[in-house]
Design a binder for this molecule. Structure first.
Ligand code: FES
Ligand SMILES: [Zn+2]
Length: 143
């Protein structure tokens, strides 16, 4: 199962049956996310064929993650659980803040307190930002 979420707000669960290739999506979230998913579903295409949404809204960022994961091209740039060692901030905390709308390193520092001491983790924060908002939009279809 593939699970994509903005914790406490939006959740997308995706399952594809190996034999029948039948996909099922379970979506719980705000009207914006539901409408975005519904527009894709009206086309009747499998998720791997959905066009990547290019925007920066939390819904588009989440759907981009979903499509990339279904295509098998999700390539998150930072592999460790803890991102900021001075402040003991988890990578997931930073990533969730980005999804929720913190779109600059200083906004992320403000809401998570990451990168407010030695600053060595700033580069990794920038890399995640760049992947979530820019590079992640460049992925091409795998088939
Ligand atoms: S590792 Fe993040 S401020 Fe030092
Ligand atoms: Zn939402």
């Amino acid at each position: 199962m593939i699970r994509v979420e903005l914790k406490g707000r939006d959740l997308i669960e995706y399952v594809c049956d190996e034999d029948t290739k039948r996909e099922s999506l379970n979506v719980i979230g705000c009207a914006e996310l539901m409408q975005l998913i519904q527009r894709y579903q009206e086309n009747g295409q499998p998720v791997a064929q959905w066009e990547l949404p290019m925007g920066k809204s939390h819904s588009e960022v989440l759907v981009r993650e979903l499509i990339s994961k279904v295509r098998g091209v999700w390539n998150f740039p930072y592999p460790h659980d803890e991102l900021c060692h001075c402040r003991a901030v988890q990578t997931e905390t930073v990533d969730q803040a980005i999804i929720a709308g913190a779109h600059t390193a200083s906004a992320i520092s403000r809401v998570t307190s990451a990168s407010t001491a030695c600053g060595n983790c700033r580069f990794d924060i920038e890399a995640i930002l760049q992947y979530r908002l820019q590079d992640g939009c460049q992925i091409h279809k795998t088939n």
